[in-house]
Unconditional design. Structure first.
Length: 113
């Protein structure tokens, strides 16, 4: 049975949308107000706010309100569980491919005899 980590699922869900990934890419440059994040998307502000809500729920961004301006900042350490999971998957698949390579090499040597 596969392990199901709710936090990891939230992270992958948040990262699954290209608009949300573009927002994260922009926030990697530094904090920004919501209006600056919305401008390049061509989406209406309520739609962008829903995207930001998903990112915030996953812990990928933090928001703060100063007067009438809501600003967002990326939380880079929130990606650590994704990185760990991907590293585990890479190790599993590299081990499988190494075993397959050993098996194919063995077969080729046997056929060459």
């Amino acid at each position: 049975m596969a392990k199901h980590d709710a936090d990891l699922s939230l992270l992958f869900h948040a990262l699954s949308d290209p608009t949300r990934r573009a927002i994260l890419t922009r926030l990697a440059e530094g904090p920004a107000p919501v209006t600056a994040l919305a401008a390049p998307t061509g989406l209406r502000l309520p739609t962008v706010m829903r995207h930001l809500s998903v990112l915030e729920e996953a812990g990928l961004i933090a928001t703060a309100k100063d007067g009438r301006v809501r600003s967002c900042a990326i939380v880079p350490e929130a990606l650590a569980p994704v990185r760990s999971w991907l590293d585990e998957q890479r190790a599993i698949w590299e081990a499988r491919l190494d075993r397959l390579d050993d098996y194919v090499t063995k077969l080729m040597k046997e056929r060459a005899k």
